[in-house]
Design a protein around this ligand. Structure first.
Ligand SMILES: [Zn+2]
Ligand SMILES: [Zn+2]
Length: 354
């Protein structure tokens, strides 16, 4: 596969990303700002919050984690743009992951801003972040890992792997639910929501046809591909959703893609084509490993794939993601009749020939 490298829209932003620094607050266009907000314990290091100027304040796309540092960085960034946190009128959240949604409630508390989410993600909030539901979610994750063939000694470590970050999210239910194709209705902006399930069931992108911009959240990024995984809150075939969602944004003629991480860049269609080809390649690799094993559980298959580093050195929460990503590819292959599984205490995956 020929590597396609995007053209950065801001050379200084790209240099900051590569240099391990927090990029500067930038004016992207008249009335539009990019504000990097640091996120803890995460190799992505920051989320890019976009501030859209309105006649009476600003709306922001995504928020950051609920930490004092993030809140301070957002306030300082808004100040550079000429605003205070109390000027925020609305928070458009691309999806419910803590780096995007975690700080939304605190912003609403101080500013009275509305919070908007797609209904598919809004419906997952309480189960994900409320104490009374969390045990059942962990139990379902554990059951999924057992069926995947995760060995007993690593099960507990993997099942609770993301629990330590929950306190960095304030569970704020949204004031607005935004559906696919909906005009967001911000004064001076022709912003339209595009439902792009896959990375998260209710992921939203926002397109401005007039300004030829796509706010892509985690859906399309410059260098990395977002995690698309089977988990207790995913649909049965999230990779099919994701690939459909890539096709849904590819058709937009935009000059610039404004993602939530790394740096903004120019070529939407080419980047989408490359990510699609990457998944095709991954699907072929997994299909071959399934055939070579003559029948194996998902965990065993995952350990035999090529990852960015040796399997033994991958930390627990990332090995869980790797397992669940492998499961998403297996589910896609099964839906296309390319592999099948035999359900049991542990599911065993076979190629169609065996
Ligand atoms: Zn995400
Ligand atoms: Zn993210």
């Amino acid at each position: 596969m020929t590597k396609f490298v995007v053209t950065p829209a801001s050379e200084t932003q790209r240099a900051a990303w590569l240099g391990g620094e927090l990029p500067a607050v930038e004016k992207v266009r008249p009335g539009l700002w990019s504000i990097p907000v640091p996120i803890p314990i995460n190799p992505l290091r920051y989320v890019l919050v976009y501030a859209l100027e309105l006649p009476d304040g600003v709306a922001i796309i995504d928020a950051g984690w609920n930490t004092d540092e993030a809140f301070g960085a957002l306030c300082a960034g808004l100040a550079i743009a000429g605003y205070e946190i109390t000027d925020v009128k609305g928070v458009l959240v691309t999806h419910i992951h803590p780096d995007h949604y975690g700080l939304a409630g605190r912003i609403r508390e101080v500013s009275g801003a509305w919070i908007a989410l797609h209904p598919a993600d809004a419906g997952l909030l309480r189960e994900r972040y409320d104490d009374e539901f969390i045990e059942s979610l962990v139990a379902r994750e554990r059951a999924l890992l057992v069926r995947s063939g995760v060995p007993g000694e690593t099960l507990d470590e993997l099942a609770g792997a993301s629990m330590m970050i929950r306190h960095m999210v304030s569970t704020a239910l949204p004031d607005r639910l935004i559906e696919d194709g909906e005009q967001v209705g911000l004064a001076g902006w022709d912003l339209r929501a595009i439902w792009t399930p896959g990375h998260s069931p209710g992921h939203l992108c926002f397109v401005s046809p007039g300004r030829r911009l796509l706010f892509s959240g985690d859906h399309v990024l410059a260098k990395i591909t977002p995690i698309v995984a089977v988990h207790p809150q995913s649909g049965p075939n999230p990779l099919a959703d994701y690939l459909d969602s890539l096709a849904a944004v590819r058709r937009f003629e935009v000059d610039e893609v404004l993602p939530a991480h790394e740096y903004r860049f120019l070529e939407l269609a080419e980047r989408v084509d490359y990510v699609m080809a990457h998944h095709e390649e991954r699907l072929a690799e997994i299909e071959k490993v399934v055939a070579d094993t003559g029948g194996a559980d998902c965990w065993t298959i995952a350990t035999r794939l090529t990852w960015s580093r040796p399997w033994e050195t991958i930390p627990a929460f990332m090995r869980r993601a790797a397992n669940n990503e492998t499961l998403a590819h297996l589910a896609w292959l099964e839906a296309r009749g390319r592999v099948r599984h035999q359900a049991g205490d542990v599911d065993i995956w076979y190629s169609m020939e065996s």
